[in-house]
Design a binder for this molecule. Structure first.
Ligand SMILES: *Cc1c(COP(=O)(O)O)cnc(C)c1O
Length: 345
């Protein structure tokens, strides 16, 4: 967004608002060209425009997937990637689903590490982090290839310094429960792909305009799946409940981490179906889990035009507790008992 022109009035009490998530490119990116399925040598280059042939497969037939992970600078100054092997695995899975050549594990790890090491100068102190966005798309220059996968591709790893998503306290979210329209198609539920986002976008925009909600919780056929970009959890003093892994939704690293920490803290973890009926009668807390927001409390649901308050409508204490436990590990505090951190610098 453009800054207003003309003189600005300095305020003494407020720090300048941080730029919105994902709007600040880090100076350096990693690029790797894939030629007939073979990955070349990743190159570290300045973040800048890339060139694509107008016949490139991705521009016509949507062959693209991505990842999103974070490198955290700890209070000790050390920079650590969080569970990046998981993101590497998942990107390979998404690539397969998009019929793109899957990046070799070592190459993708190395590309991610190089991107972080090259952007240490903009990796912020906590609670900020360096958001890392690997992306892969089909570049074969052939608009006749509608029914063929792209054998050529480009792998990029771009980065962006991000602030605390919760600066200002973490307002409880308002979700529309959508029981008819799906988030995506069954065969792409597990893919982290832009195509899924654009499919959910119209539904989410309409819901925002009509009901003033932040997100749509997709529950086709009355069975809760997830929102457009985050997994959904029910939480109370004893339990964390979430949909069991299946092909219908994106298997979040944050979801898995929160479930693991919840078990460590003595919660009972239930991975099973959640019906809309159970959801609307849930007496405890609800939250969204994802890399960007970590764990965000849900305060209100809108279902068939009716508003349902979750708990007392505020971010719940168990949600806060689990979020703090996760953030502490990400920032390097305490034991890394599950081996989730990789020191980069
Ligand atoms: C990325 C993503 C998530 C969250 O996954 P994390 O690994 O926790 O960041 C959830 N749902 C969708 C659709 C996503 O694309």
């Amino acid at each position: 967004m453009a800054a207003p022109s003309g003189p600005t009035v300095p305020t003494t009490t407020d720090a300048p608002a941080p730029p919105p998530f994902g709007t600040v490119p880090a100076g350096v990116m990693v690029v790797c060209d894939v030629d007939d399925g073979v990955f070349g040598q990743p190159q570290v280059v300045p973040t800048a425009d890339i060139s694509l042939h107008p016949f490139a497969h991705v521009l016509h037939y949507g062959s693209a997937c991505f990842e999103g992970l974070k490198a955290h600078r700890g209070h000790d100054g050390v920079v650590r990637l969080f569970r990046y092997e998981r993101h590497v695995e998942r990107m390979r899975r998404s690539a397969e689903l998009m019929l793109l050549p899957p990046p070799p594990e070592d190459l993708l790890r190395q590309a991610i590490e190089s991107a972080v090491v090259s952007n240490l100068d903009v990796t912020p102190a906590p609670p900020g982090a360096l958001y890392v966005r690997p992306m892969l798309f089909g570049t074969e220059a052939n608009i006749g290839a509608a029914a063929a996968p792209s054998r050529d591709a480009k792998l990029l790893v771009v980065c962006s310094p991000v602030g605390d998503y919760f600066a200002g306290g973490g307002r409880p979210l308002r979700l529309l429960v959508e029981t008819e329209l799906p988030r995506t198609t069954p065969q792409f539920g597990e893919a982290k792909a832009g195509a899924n986002y654009v499919m959910a976008l119209g539904v989410t925009r309409r819901a925002a305009a009509e009901f003033g909600v932040d997100q749509v919780l997709f529950a086709p056929g009355g069975s809760v799946q997830e929102t457009g970009a985050a997994n959904f959890l029910l939480i109370d003093n004893d339990r964390v409940v979430t949909r069991a892994l299946d092909g219908s939704f994106l298997h979040g690293v944050t979801r898995d981490s929160v479930l693991t920490l919840a078990r460590d803290l003595g919660y009972q973890v239930e991975e099973r179906e959640i019906t809309v009926e159970e959801l609307l009668g849930w007496p405890g807390e609800a939250a969204l889990a994802g890399t960007a927001a970590v764990l965000a409390g849900v305060g209100t649901l809108v279902h068939e035009g009716r508003e349902v308050t979750i708990g007392d409508g505020a971010v719940g204490p168990n949600t806060e507790r689990l979020r703090e436990a996760l953030v502490a590990i990400q920032q390097g505090a305490g034991d890394d008992r599950h081996g989730w951190r990789t020191v980069v610098a």
